[in-house]
Write a protein that binds this ligand. Structure first.
Ligand code: PEP
Length: 251
């Protein structure tokens, strides 16, 4: 059975003290509550170890937002999958549109990152999604298919089964424009079919596919009520407990 997941993506926000306070605030707010989804927070590299040590990681999973496409060695400034895993983080967000656009991460680079994450026991939260021009040209289905195929479809069935996917239309990220529930359901169902065609129905049915793009307390319930939307990857609204908690509770 696939899991419902609400994952935060803090991006390049919060100093270490601010991040620790945010994570502890969420930890406190979830104490004694039983929620109907897994909760994850994606934080800057600098925060991972301190946050993993400060919160109940059986209730809140910790994710990195990136990692190196090399195992180790002379790559000044890079952070490896082994380093991330050693902090207590269990997840890593890969393929975010900001990394594809601003840091030129190609499908081939992302493929390497996915392999390294899996080799070090990290669960990739792999982001896919089209830009506005592609949506307007009716190319969104082929765009997500090619992103999935190029970076993920050389994985074994067992490895593919470890992934979480996040559909994030680029035109909805940080813009306040959300995909409608119908648009989200339509493309999530399509993504699941694409997975089924390669790995079979069972793997497809067991893959969590999150929606991301201006998801908030006001629209989460409607988005998550779709049969193929298994939760959300949340940017802006993950930076405050008051905004993030109602999204977690939307399940
Ligand atoms: C994101 O960047 O993953 C995201 C979904 O951002 P926002 O929720 O702010 O649109």
């Amino acid at each position: 059975m696939r899991k419902n997941i609400v994952a935060g993506n803090w991006k390049m926000n919060t100093t270490l003290p601010e991040g620790l306070a945010l994570a502890k605030g969420l930890d406190e707010a979830l104490k004694g509550k039983s929620v109907n989804c897994d909760v994850i927070i994606g934080t800057p590299f600098t925060h991972l170890a301190s946050i993993a040590a400060a919160i109940d990681t059986t209730k809140i999973g910790v994710a990195a937002e990136n990692l190196a496409d090399k195992e180790s060695g002379a790559y000044t400034g890079e952070v490896s999958a082994a380093m991330v895993a050693s902090t207590g983080a269990k997840y890593v967000i890969l393929g975010h549109s900001e990394r594809r656009a601003y840091y030129h991460e190609t499908p081939e680079i992302l493929k390497q990152k996915v392999l390294l994450a899996l080799a070090h026991g990290l669960t990739p939260i792999f982001c896919i999604g089209e830009v506005l021009a592609e949506r307007e040209a009716g190319k969104h289905f082929e765009v997500v298919d090619s992103q999935i195929t190029a970076s993920l479809f050389d994985l074994s069935t067992a490895d593919f089964g470890k992934l979480v996917l996040a559909y994030e239309p680029v035109w909805a990220i940080g813009t306040g424009k959300t995909a409608t529930a119908a648009q989200a359901q339509e493309i999530h169902a399509h993504i699941r079919q694409t997975i089924a065609a390669k790995y079979g129905k069972e793997v497809a049915e067991n893959t969590s596919i999150l929606y991301g793009g201006s998801c908030n307390a006001g629209n989460a319930k409607e988005l998550f009520s779709n049969p193929d939307v298994d939760g959300g990857l949340i940017g802006g609204a993950s930076l405050s407990v008051d905004k993030f908690l109602p999204i977690v509770e939307a399940f």
